[in-house]
Unconditional design. Structure first.
Length: 224
């Protein structure tokens, strides 16, 4: 895969320009567009064809979750990440439910930030360590038996939900659980049906809400 193409959405010009310079200096990343308005970003994703839209968490026009929702509706294949100074669980859940697959804190180190952009652009789900730590303080990991009782999912389905929350694709799920890729696909479809959810992002949000995971995938964690 070539360079990750990024579209920046931030209504503060000085911050947007600084972020663009930082990202443009990286070999892995190309900034294809900069926008100050959500409507502008929704239009530009159609022709700029970014891999990832990075949204500032403090947009004055509307909340970052609403911005993520609009972009996700306009271009479902484009990844969305939020760059925030908040550690609130409610905002994280809202962003993920709106289609974001990355939630990065502004305290993140530059190298970790760049690596996170690369991972999200390639399809990973990334929650920066600062936010993951906050979630760990609020959530308790539950056992498989407890999870089955709470969710109505089978033990295997609970395992798959946890993997989905870490950004695993069907092929990776199959490799970890020693099943076929088609079987993994069927399991994911069944999970969506049982939980009444629409996509993998909502499964990730559900996993956090239910305490099935105490953290999602931080910038240094990889599926093996």
């Amino acid at each position: 895969m070539g360079r990750i193409k990024v579209l920046l959405l931030d209504d503060k010009e000085i911050i947007r320009e600084s972020l663009a310079k930082l990202l443009e200096a990286q070999e892995k990343i190309e900034v294809v567009s900069q926008c100050s308005k959500v409507k502008e970003a929704v239009e530009e994703v159609k022709w700029a064809e970014p891999d990832l839209v990075l949204i500032d968490g403090n947009l004055s026009e509307c909340g970052s979750s609403e911005a993520a929702r609009r972009i996700n509706e306009s271009a479902p294949k484009v990844k969305v990440a939020v760059l925030t100074d908040s550690k609130e669980q409610k905002e994280l859940i809202s962003a993920i439910e709106s289609g974001a697959t990355g939630y990065l804190h502004k305290e993140t180190k530059v190298d970790d930030f760049v690596e996170s952009i690369d991972l999200i652009g390639k399809g990973g789900v990334v929650i920066s360590p600062q936010v993951a730590e906050q979630l760990s303080n609020r959530l308790t990991s539950v056992s498989a038996d407890e999870a089955q009782g709470q969710t109505g999912l089978s033990e295997r389905e609970v395992e798959i939900v946890k993997l989905l929350a870490k950004g695993a694709k069907n092929k990776e799920i199959a490799e970890v659980l020693f099943i076929t890729e088609n079987t993994a696909k069927v399991h994911v479809k069944n999970i969506l049906g049982k939980l009444g959810l629409r996509n993998r992002q909502q499964i990730a949000a559900y996993a956090v809400q239910q305490g099935l995971v105490t953290d999602l995938m931080d910038s240094e964690e990889k599926l093996s």
